[in-house]
Design a binder for this molecule. Sequence first.
Ligand code: NAD
Length: 336
Amino acid sequence: MNKIIITGGLGFIGSNLTKKLLENNKVLVIDKMTYAANNSNLSKFNNNPNFFFEKKDVSNFKKINNIIKDFKPDKIFHLAAESHVDRSIDNADEFIKTNILGTYSLLEAVLEYRKSFEKKELIFHHVSTDEVFGDVKDRGKINDLSESDSFTENSKYFPSSPYSASKASSDHLVSAWGRTYDLPYVISNCSNNYGPFQAKEKFIPYVISSAVEGKKISIYGDGNQIRDWIYVTDHIDAIIKLSESGAKGFFNIGGDCQIRNIDLAKKILKKLDIIFPQKKKNSSYLDLISYVDDRPGHDVKYAIDNTKIINSTNWRPSISLDEGLELTIDWYLKKN
Ligand code: NAD
């Protein structure tokens, strides 16, 4: 049984990863419990003897160092972050503190631990985003849903928002610490996740919850921005396959599923019309859509090339967008 530390384990992706890894590992979650954390995400494990929890800020070197030395992990998955682009545009302070300084502090704590315990084989897996690449190179391809211009592991970093810039910085710290201090690392840059336990402010839960509550659904600009979507358990499988394969370095992870924001919103709303029809006859949730001013610096298109991870681990996304959306809608309806 491996001993694993997950930072940000009370968040959306972290809680899904914790659940999966608890099937055959001891897992210690470190989480500051910001507004994005949800205690109930992991409450069913409170009495599980293999589950441990520390409410701590990853930036607190001393405390984190002690926790790591006591627990003696074999692997660390770093997911703790401020993760919402709109919030980063309003105020980037916490993004700089947690995503950059927090990652620096955590790396230093890990180096200390490796020195004291000769844990040379410990792997630091940094979970990052495709947003570090900014727009696909050719803005003229906005309406092109082909994957020919997708991000590879060799694409240039070109972050557009304070959030993506802070994640890009943290990626650079991890790879530099890896090279300079010989720390084995994985950096996985994944596209937009969706599924159970995601906070309501993110696009898919926002569309579902606004519709169910009868509120207007704001779509930025013309809604033509293209994103790649991945169901969260496919992302978790990719992280675990990378970990089990002993792979190191940079890996892109995507759902092979590009869609325009407006088409995605419509798809969800049409599903809700069938699964959860409104009381008023002949009404459609589509009527709630409202276009608003575009987000400043809004990237037009992201797209991921999965070739490297497929060749290295045989992983492939397995849940289609229709299936994933139905699972997600079902989860949110049961929760509300
Ligand atoms: P989330 O916002 O749902 O959860 C983040 C968690 O980190 C929360 O539980 C929060 O309390 C914790 N946290 C924040 N600051 C902390 C600090 N200083 N110390 C300790 N804990 C802290 O985020 P998520 O969507 O689950 O994303 C997890 C990671 O995956 C992030 O690093 C994010 O950049 C990355 N990522 C997310 C997506 C996505 O679509 N959600 C896609 C690619 C990569």
